[in-house]
Structures are given as structure tokens and as C-alpha cells.
Write a protein that binds this ligand. Structure first.
Ligand code: TYD
Ligand code: MG
Length: 452
């Protein structure tokens, strides 16, 4: 059967029938490559063996949930949904150099100490290098087995013989299978290696953790192409130059998908930060213009974050809009609402927005805090001292209550804040020691806070 050429985006895995410079699915440029491994033909007849199906009601229900293994690193266990589930496949993605190998070597040591037979397969470093790193992290005595190998067949043979409880593959982009004739790191190689490893995990009851580098060029497939194959997807994030790292669950078949774990990169590896709620507040003296504290929620925990805005006359015909740690599209929306509903224009002004401490915020509840930071910077007027802000802004300019209002207020009060500026409505807000100023829409917020 004739093979029709197929093209795949190395960033998101979308397939296309023809080449183009930009992927329609994810919008990235120069990421589409011809895929050697796919063909449109193939076997058309039915299989020789019948698969078996059983009634859902016939399944033996176990009283207790599947036993999970705890690494003892609480920040990791929580992101996993309470520990490692046997025979599960995980993906840990992140930028090169962010600390994935460090985290997983530490996790490997802890799981091994907890009694899980663990193999750490490195395709990037020699075993001596991994051992050196382990020594630096103070883990030389951990009962972890090391292997330096990139040939998938050899790895599967080793796993078959050793029968570990957990195998860590660092990284999936370095693995190659001889059944696929394209270079290691290509979409078909990465997919095929991930597929073989995840099916092996399910069949043999071995948990596998795949490490995936987030790539910027189109030559190497990114972790997104295997996201759909695994049970759990975690991303390790952080800004270079900041010591804080955040492990974020974006998909989890066995637990909540919005949980984060916070770590600090130190000279002795990653250390967990068990109470991160005040971590992303910079040294606060007198409140300054453009700085606002957002009372946020990350997963199950409240986290207070400082947002900083700078608004200045632009020398360019097209003013700059620069955002670090938040969504640029959402910033454009807030600026449009401020202009259309409150009559406060930002035309001709450069706008910079920064989330302190290298944190990334995705909650819509940050809208009002962003608007407050922008207004405060534009008017050169600080917010009242000891105030936190949260709430979602709709396109009409109305404010919508944020989920878990009570948790946000409690945490703000615990950290010494005295006032909260929040939307009205929603569940009755218990004001225990913190004054809540409630507002219906953005116009009344501007009036009350900035007296305009
Ligand atoms: P690494 O785990 O190799 O990153 P990845 O596997 O995601 O590519 O981490 C590399 C960085 O971490 C490197 O810049 C040095 C830093 N680091 C420390 O600061 N302290 C340590 O103890 C270790 C092991 C690494
Ligand atoms: Mg690495």
C-alpha cells in the first residue's frame, strides 16, 4: 500500500497532511517535521484472537484504594496524589537544567529506602557521573541501581530480568528503538519508546517515570507528544536565577491535577519548602505603587504572591506589553476591560507585569489583583497598607467571587494582613479578624480604592 507522507509537530504532537512553517494546533514555528513512522495503509482484516471483556459489576471491588508508596518527600508525594501508584507511568517535563535529574535521583533514593526496588537509567550521563552527583547530594548509601543505556531493547531486557518496582528513564528523548528508523529524539522514536515503556509498566507491574526536556527547536520532540500515554504528567518549573522550583501536576489519573510542590535548589540538591504561603512575597516595608499582594490558591494550599506592575509612557508607536509569570492574553483582556468599562486608557503606555519569586499564576482569581497593580502603577498610588486582593473580572466589568474565599482570607490574616479587597456575592464571607471590602464591579473598585 502506498505510504502517504505525514507531518508531525515536535512540540505538541499534532499530525498534519502537509508541511507548514507554523503548527495550527499549538502556534509554534518551525516545529513540523516529516514523520517516517506513520503510514496510512496497514492491515485491514480483523485480528485472529478475541479480546476479553468483563462486566463492570463483575470486577472485584477492593475496599481500600491501591497501596501507594511514599517517598517521604512530602512535596513530591502530595503532587503525586498521595504517593506512587504501582504500575503507573509518569512523565516529568521541564526545561533543560531546571533540576529534573536532581529531583528524580533524590526521589529514587527515597523510594529505594522505602523498600521499592529502584533502577535509574540515564541516557545522558555515565554511571560514574550519576554516582558523583549522588555523592554530592549525600545519597551514596541509597540502594538504587544505576544503568547508563539508550537502547530501548536492552533497557526492557534489563527491567524484565531485574523486576524492579520503579524504573526512572532520564530522558525519554535519548532512548532509541531499532524498530523505528529515525534518529533518537524524533517524534516517532520518542513516541515508540514511551509506548513500549508504558505498556511494559502496565503488563509487568513496574512503575516508570519518564523524564522529558521541554525543547525550543523543532529537531527534538518535546514531552507533550507523550502526555496522552502516561497516567500522570508533572512539570518542573522555575526561573533561572531564582532558587525556587515548582513541581506542578497537570494531569493525574490517580489524584488532583492542580497540586504543586515547592522546592528550593541549594548546594546540596533540592530541599522541600513545606510552607510556601509567604515565599513569593518580597521584603515588604511600606507599600509601593504598582505592587499588590494576591491571595491565591495552588491546589489545596493558599499561597500569597506579590504582583508588580510598571506603567510608563512609551517611546514606541506600538507600546510594549511584557508579562512574566502570567498569561499575556489575559493581560490584554484586563487592559481592554479597564479601558472600555472604566474609561482608563493604556494607549501610548508601556505595561510590564511581573509575578515575584519566579512563580507562575494561572488562576482567573488573579484578575482583580492584576488590575489593581496596573491601576496603582498608572496612578502612582499605593494600595492601603496590609491589603490583599483577589477576584475574577468578567468582560462586562463585573467581579466574580473566587473559589475557596475563606482559605484565602484565613491565610492572609495569618500572615498579618488586615484588609481584603474582594468581589461581593458568593458564599457569605466570615470576617474573622480581617476586614473584607466587597465590590460588585471594577468601576466601584476603582472608585473605592483610588478615589476616581
Ligand atoms: P539537573 O538536575 O542536571 O537538570 P536537568 O536534569 O533538569 O537538566 O540540574 C542542573 C542544575 O542544578 C545545575 O545548573 C546545577 C544545579 N544544582 C545545584 O544547584 N545543586 C545541586 O546539588 C545539584 C545536583 C544541581
Ligand atoms: Mg538531566
Amino acid at each position: 500500500m502506498a505510504k502517504t507522507p505525514s507531518f508531525t509537530c515536535t512540540a505538541c504532537g499534532a499530525t498534519h497532511t502537509k508541511w507548514s512553517g507554523r503548527c495550527d494546533a499549538c502556534g509554534d514555528w518551525n516545529t513540523i517535521v516529516e514523520d517516517a513512522g506513520l503510514s496510512a495503509g496497514g492491515k485491514k482484516s480483523l485480528g485472529a484472537n478475541r479480546g476479553s471483556a468483563i462486566q463492570l459489576t463483575d470486577l472485584q471491588t477492593e475496599e481500600s484504594p491501591p497501596p501507594r508508596t511514599h517517598s517521604g518527600i512530602d512535596e513530591l508525594d502530595r503532587v503525586l496524589g498521595g504517593g506512587l501508584v504501582p504500575a503507573s507511568a509518569l512523565l516529568v517535563g521541564g526545561d533543560p537544567g531546571i533540576g529534573k535529574s536532581t529531583l528524580l535521583l533524590q526521589a529514587a533514593a527515597e523510594f529505594a529506602r522505602a523498600g521499592v526496588k529502584t533502577i535509574y537509567v540515564s541516557g545522558e550521563e555515565a554511571t560514574a557521573q550519576v554516582r558523583m552527583r549522588a555523592k554530592r547530594l549525600g545519597l551514596s548509601d541509597a540502594p538504587v541501581q544505576l544503568a547508563a543505556e539508550t537502547n530501548l531493547r536492552n533497557i526492557l531486557t534489563t527491567l524484565e530480568a531485574e523486576k524492579p518496582g520503579l524504573a526512572i528513564i532520564d530522558s525519554i528523548q535519548t532512548m532509541w528503538s531499532d524498530t523505528v528508523d529515525s534518529a533518537p529524539g524524533s517524534v516517532s522514536q520518542v513516541r515508540s519508546a514511551a509506548h513500549e515503556l508504558t505498556t511494559f509498566a502496565k503488563r509487568k507491574g513496574v512503575s516508570v517515570i519518564l523524564v522529558g526536556h521541554v525543547t525550543k527547536d523543532g529537531q527534538i520532540a518535546g514531552p507533550r507528544v507523550v502526555e496522552h500515554m502516561v497516567d500522570t504528567v508533572l512539570y518542573f518549573e522555575g526561573e533561572r536565577g531564582h532558587q525556587f522550583r515548582i513541581l506542578r501536576a497537570v494531569k493525574n489519573r490517580f489524584g488532583p491535577a492542580d497540586e504543586i510542590g515547592v522546592f528550593e535548589m541549594t548546594g546540596r540538591g533540592l530541599e522541600q519548602v513545606t510552607n510556601p504561603s509567604a515565599l513569593f512575597l518580597s521584603e515588604r516595608g511600606k507599600p509601593s505603587a504598582g505592587s499588590v499582594v494576591f491571595a491565591g490558591i495552588e491546589g489545596t494550599r493558599p499561597v500569597l504572591v506579590e504582583l508588580q506592575a510598571l506603567v510608563a509612557p512609551s517611546p514606541h508607536s506600538q507600546p510594549r506589553r511584557t508579562v512574566v509569570g502570567w498569561d499575556g492574553g489575559r493581560l490584554a483582556m484586563i487592559l481592554a476591560v479597564l479601558e472600555a468599562r472604566c474609561g482608563i486608557p493604556f494607549a501610548g503606555l508601556d505595561v510590564y507585569l511581573n509575578v515575584a519569586g519566579g512563580m507562575k499564576i494561572s488562576e482567573p482569581a488573579a484578575d482583580l489583583a492584576v488590575a489593581a497593580a496596573l491601576l496603582s502603577a498608572r496612578e502612582d498610588a499605593a494600595l492601603p497598607e496590609g491589603a490583599v486582593v483577589f477576584g475574577e473580572i468578567s468582560l462586562s466589568g463585573a467581579l466574580r467571587p473566587a473559589p475557596q474565599t475563606e482559605n484565602r482570607l484565613k491565610e492572609a490574616q495569618k500572615l498579618g494582613f488586615t484588609t481584603a479587597l474582594a468581589p461581593s456575592g458568593g458564599k457569605a464571607i466570615e470576617t474573622s479578624g480581617i476586614k473584607v471590602q466587597q465590590m460588585h464591579d471594577l468601576t466601584s473598585f476603582v472608585g473605592e480604592v483610588f478615589g476616581a
